[in-house]
Design a binder for this molecule. Structure first.
Ligand code: IPE
Ligand code: IPE
Ligand code: MG
Length: 248
């Protein structure tokens, strides 16, 4: 293991390091990427969507078990309608393509978030992708779409309250494990590493409950420019961190 560089780009050798089981990525910076190039924000989303394909493939190739990407937040509906429409268009493109690719793939696709707000066509593609890839035993790829950590918790509380009302659950039964079981990530391990490109130091409502002990890694690079080498750098740093979980 070691870090060496050639003339152009640094290389980060991740051979033999301890990898996180679950990585979360807040795919941020598409708009700024486009602006820097004098392009419309939608061009940034296209570049970001292409990069998502590359990075997801890379994570699967190096043996990451769970990858959760933040693709669209519950707050992102407040953007101009043209921008929202462009994002929906790129989601549809990806999901159609993924459905074809799944024949020779091992990735299991899942969606985190309230999908009822998407078009019937998109919802159908989401269902079909989940069904078609459910048997795959490779990386679980969670796409957080119309996802908000607070909305997720509110959903969970509503479901638990309904069960209490109908007598199926007692208040005394509510504990941390039970709450986890009512989240969109039910049955999955919590994220170990959360990466945010584009230099912002905030969670923006991503995996609020699940990230209690996640290691955060901020990179200044904008998402469309984020490469496997940037990821390797984050993985190397992660492997050197001392996760204490409140202990000594
Ligand atoms: C992330 O890029 C994509 C989504 C939030 C859907 P942004 O569109 O937030 O890009 P910036 O932050 O404006 O650069
Ligand atoms: C978070 O990015 C959501 C996604 C990347 C999908 P935002 O760009 O929406 O977050 P803020 O507005 O900068 O906090
Ligand atoms: Mg942003």
């Amino acid at each position: 293991m070691g870090i060496f560089s050639n003339n152009k780009q640094e290389h980060y050798d991740i051979t033999g390091i301890e990898l996180p089981t679950h990585i979360g990525i807040i795919m941020d910076g598409n708009g700024r990427w486009a602006k820097k190039r004098g392009l419309p924000r939608t061009a940034g989303h296209k570049a970001g969507a292409d990069n998502f394909r590359r990075i997801a493939r890379y994570c699967s190739d190096i043996g990451i078990k769970y990858l959760t990407v933040y693709a669209f937040s519950t707050e992102n509906w407040s953007r101009p309608i043209e921008e929202v429409n462009a994002l929906m268009h790129y989601f549809k493109d990806y999901l159609q393509e993924a459905l074809d690719d799944f024949k020779d793939d091992t990735i299991a696709l899942k969606f985190l978030g309230d999908r009822s707000r998407f078009s019937p066509e998109l919802q159908k593609l989401m269902d079909e992708n989940e069904e078609a890839s459910a048997v795959h035993d490779g990386m679980v790829l969670n796409m957080a779409m119309n996802y908000g950590g607070r909305a997720e918790l509110a959903d969970a509380f509503r479901q638990m309250a309904a069960k209490i009302e109908s007598g199926q659950l007692k208040a005394a039964d509510i504990n941390e494990q039970l709450i986890s079981d009512y989240l969109y990530t039910k049955g999955q391990p919590d994220p170990d590493l959360i990466i945010r490109p584009s230099g912002e130091h905030r969670t923006s409502n991503f995996l609020l409950w699940q990230s209690a002990y996640a290691e955060y890694y901020i990179d200044d690079v904008l998402w469309p420019d984020y490469t496997s080498e940037h990821l390797n750098k984050a993985l190397l740093e992660y492997s050197k961190r001392n996760r204490r979980f409140g202990g000594v």
